[in-house]
Design a protein around this ligand. Structure first.
Ligand SMILES: [Zn+2]
Length: 145
């Protein structure tokens, strides 16, 4: 079970763990076994990552933070200079690909660390988690091991 942290410490830990891809409990073990694939459990402290469900959150935040502003840049480039197509192929396309793909891992790390440190789970799923964990509802949670 994560110990309660002051809000500033919690936020700093979420940023640190997400950016470096480290376990939100021990800050030692790697969170990812490949680029976007989470470990089954932390190799250092054994934190089980089955609680982690960032779903399409990383893609959503990547679009909001990077893709939408980049679209306006590309549109401005087109309207202002009316460049030939090859200009977009060497500027807009690589910028869009790198800008959307590179932030996915840190964003996923931030979401997983945030989910762990805030003990976030979908409302009303405690009974389902207890059934999946083979325990009585209210007797701990899937975050405890
Ligand atoms: Zn760990």
């Amino acid at each position: 079970m994560p110990e309660p942290l002051p809000a500033d410490d919690k936020f700093a830990r979420i940023l640190r763990c997400g950016w470096k891809g480290l376990c939100p409990r021990c800050e030692q073990g790697r969170m990812f076994k490949s680029w976007l694939k989470l470990q089954d459990s932390c190799p250092r402290c054994g934190l089980n990552y089955r609680f982690a469900a960032p779903d399409d959150g990383p893609a959503f935040f990547s679009q909001c933070i990077v893709a939408f502003p980049l679209i306006f840049l590309v549109l401005w480039l087109q309207v202002r200079f009316d460049p030939p197509l090859w200009v977009h192929l060497v500027t807009s396309v690589p910028l869009m690909l790198a800008g959307c793909l590179l932030p996915l891992q840190p964003i996923k790390g931030w979401l997983v660390a945030s989910q762990y440190l805030n003990r976030a789970q979908e409302a009303g799923t405690e009974g389902l988690w207890a059934k999946l964990d083979g325990r009585e509802p209210g007797s701990g949670s899937s975050f405890d091991d």
